[in-house]
Every structure is written in structure tokens, then in C-alpha cells.
Ligand binder design. Structure first.
Ligand SMILES: [Zn+2]
Length: 76
């Protein structure tokens, strides 16, 4: 499920976590986050800065870029 919370590491939108005790997941960073760790709409400036860094980092590492405006797809 798409949320209006963002990953504090890469700035992508987060998905709701099915793991009990955690609240949100980022499949790009492969991490679970608690509610107090994630960024919200009011942190949008921070989110934008993170996204810029993410784009640069992923380009440098020749990582096949996936939109930073969508939640990273769940792994199979
Ligand atoms: Zn992330």
C-alpha cells in the first residue's frame, strides 16, 4: 500500500510493512522503519535533497535507476 511517508535514506515513498512492530518498508534500501524514523510531507525539502543525492549515487554506481517518486517494487 502506498503511503505519504518517505524513506529517510533514499527519499522514495514507503510501503506499509507486513512485519509486526515495524510500520514502513523501503525495498530499495531493504530496510524497515518505525513511524518516528520516516519523513512526512512537511519534510519535503529534506526528501528532495535526499532524492538528489540518491539519483547521483545510483548514477555513479551504474545502478539501473528506478523512479524515486514511486515506492521501490517489492522483491519476489
Ligand atoms: Zn530507501
Amino acid at each position: 500500500m502506498k503511503t505519504s511517508r518517505f524513506c529517510p535514506k533514499c527519499g522514495r515513498p514507503l510501503l506499509k510493512s507486513p512485519i509486526k512492530g515495524y510500520t514502513f518498508q523501503c525495498f530499495r534500501c531493504d530496510e524497515d522503519f518505525y513511524k518516528f524514523e520516516v519523513l512526512r510531507k512537511k519534510d519535503l525539502n529534506t526528501v528532495k535533497a535526499l532524492r538528489r543525492q540518491t539519483i547521483m549515487r545510483e548514477r555513479q554506481n551504474d545502478y539501473k535507476s528506478y523512479s524515486i517518486y514511486k515506492p521501490y517494487p517489492r522483491r519476489k
